[in-house]
Write a protein that binds this ligand. Structure first.
Ligand SMILES: [Zn+2]
Length: 423
């Protein structure tokens, strides 16, 4: 039998203090920067986390040259159990400021709308936040109105650190080897770019980067990016008759040829899409950027074919134009890496059960660090943290939900100790 652990008040206070400490550090990532990590604040937080892990007594604490923190919690029993890893990302989204975050703890939440004091027009209304109504009596943490909170993903970090603290203080609790990893630049799609399974040294991993309580994700989009370049024929408009080929007009035709029903604004659930997200250029040359998304590889292939077909048709119509279409893979549905052996998911569901939380396993219309890591051979479902309204000023989280995520991780550690075979 597992020992089901209930965190005591001191541990929950530590969890809160950690979270409030981490959100004060501005770790917004920056897509336009090519350095690793993309912003210096992330490196600062990674250094602090490495120091805190050493102070807690974790082993093999390292900060890699590509800015990932690693640490080991050695097994407490002789076991051939697989090594499990827990991951979270240090950066916050570029969408909204993460500078000078003033976190507010609304203790014993009374169920009223929460007015954010530094921008009183920003209000957490119950009608728009149905989950909030279920949190009466809990400690709700928000920002003050001018920034995001950064629960995405500092909640994940605080949860993992609190789990590590607990396990290191309770060596009587049986568990196999555990690895901890904090990554930079997840929000700009570079989270596991440099991370290798050799460095992670885990058989199975979990990202703590999910939202609503109970969320366990093992299905994500498969994603490609396409760059279409249309080169026309540039001629002075005064003498252009019969000569000029305007790349802008061709770009308009290209976009008009995309079926509107295949757009993110007209799709939901398991439907994929083609999304033009950027246009740049002049009458001489235009570059179009597209994201292609689908849950199935066949669907993604169909999106690629469609772009190529539009390019070919347009070139046939205007042979003097040159149209190139370069497609690069971004990430793949993690289900492909998990369906051969679903134990990482089954274990997570089992870890949830003693908490009395109903599991939410719907596919996410996006990717996670786990998509990339699963593709690299380490199956990595995503687990809930309790974060809500991520990437904006109305972001909030319940401290008690975070505590439940810690308990889920402690259950997972014990469950895997009894599984002698790696996935
Ligand atoms: Zn995240």
């Amino acid at each position: 039998m597992n020992t089901h652990i209930t965190l005591n008040d001191a541990a929950i206070q530590d969890l809160e203090a950690r979270f409030l400490r981490y959100v004060q550090i501005d770790t917004q990532s920056d897509e336009t920067s090519s350095s690793v990590p993309s912003t210096p604040g992330q490196r600062l937080l990674l250094e602090i986390l490495a120091e805190e892990l050493r102070a807690l007594g974790a082993s093999e604490v390292t900060l890699s040259d590509y800015s990932c923190v690693f640490a080991t919690l050695p097994a407490t029993v002789a076991t051939t159990a697989p090594t499990i890893a827990f991951l979270a990302h240090v950066d916050t989204a570029p969408d909204f400021s993460g500078a000078d975050v003033k976190a507010l703890v609304h203790r014993a939440y009374d169920g009223q709308p929460i007015i954010l004091p530094d921008a009183p027009t920003r209000v957490l209304q119950l009608e728009e936040n149905p989950h909030l109504a279920a949190k009466i009596g809990e400690n709700i943490i928000t920002a003050s109105g001018l920034t995001l909170l950064g629960a995405d993903d500092k909640a994940g970090i605080a949860i993992i650190m609190t789990m590590a603290d607990y396990l290191l203080q309770h060596p009587e609790l049986p568990h196999g080897p555990i690895r901890i990893c904090f990554t930079p630049d997840e929000e700009i799609g570079r989270g596991v770019e440099h991370l290798t399974p050799d460095d992670l040294r885990a058989d199975v991993a979990y990202t703590l980067d999910g939202g609503e309580v109970g969320e366990i994700t093992y299905e994500t989009f498969s994603a490609d990016k396409a760059i279409v370049t249309i080169t026309g024929v540039a001629v002075h408009p005064g003498i252009a008759k019969g000569k000029l080929v305007n790349a802008l007009r061709l770009a308009g035709k290209f976009l008009a040829a995309l079926p509107p029903e295949l757009s993110p604004e007209m799709t939901t659930d398991r439907e994929g899409y083609i999304h033009p997200y950027r246009i740049q250029g002049s009458a001489a040359e235009v570059t179009l950027g597209f994201t292609l998304r689908d849950f199935e590889l066949e669907g993604l292939e169909a999106h690629r074919e469609r772009l190529h077909a539009i390019a070919q048709a347009l070139e046939a119509e205007e042979p003097r134009a040159r149209i190139t279409c370069t497609i690069t893979p971004q990430y793949r549905n993690m289900r492909y890496g998990l369906e051969k052996d679903m134990r990482p998911v089954e274990m997570a569901l089992a870890a949830l059960q003693p908490l009395g939380i109903p599991p939410l396993t719907r596919p996410v219309r996006g990717g996670t660090d786990g998509s990339g890591l699963t593709a690299k051979g380490v199956p990595t479902p995503n687990l809930f943290t309790g974060m809500e309204n991520s990437h904006g000023p109305l972001e909030w989280i319940s401290l008690q939900d975070m505590a439940q995520a810690v308990q889920m991780c402690l259950n997972l550690a014990q469950l895997w100790a009894k599984s002698p075979v790696a996935p």
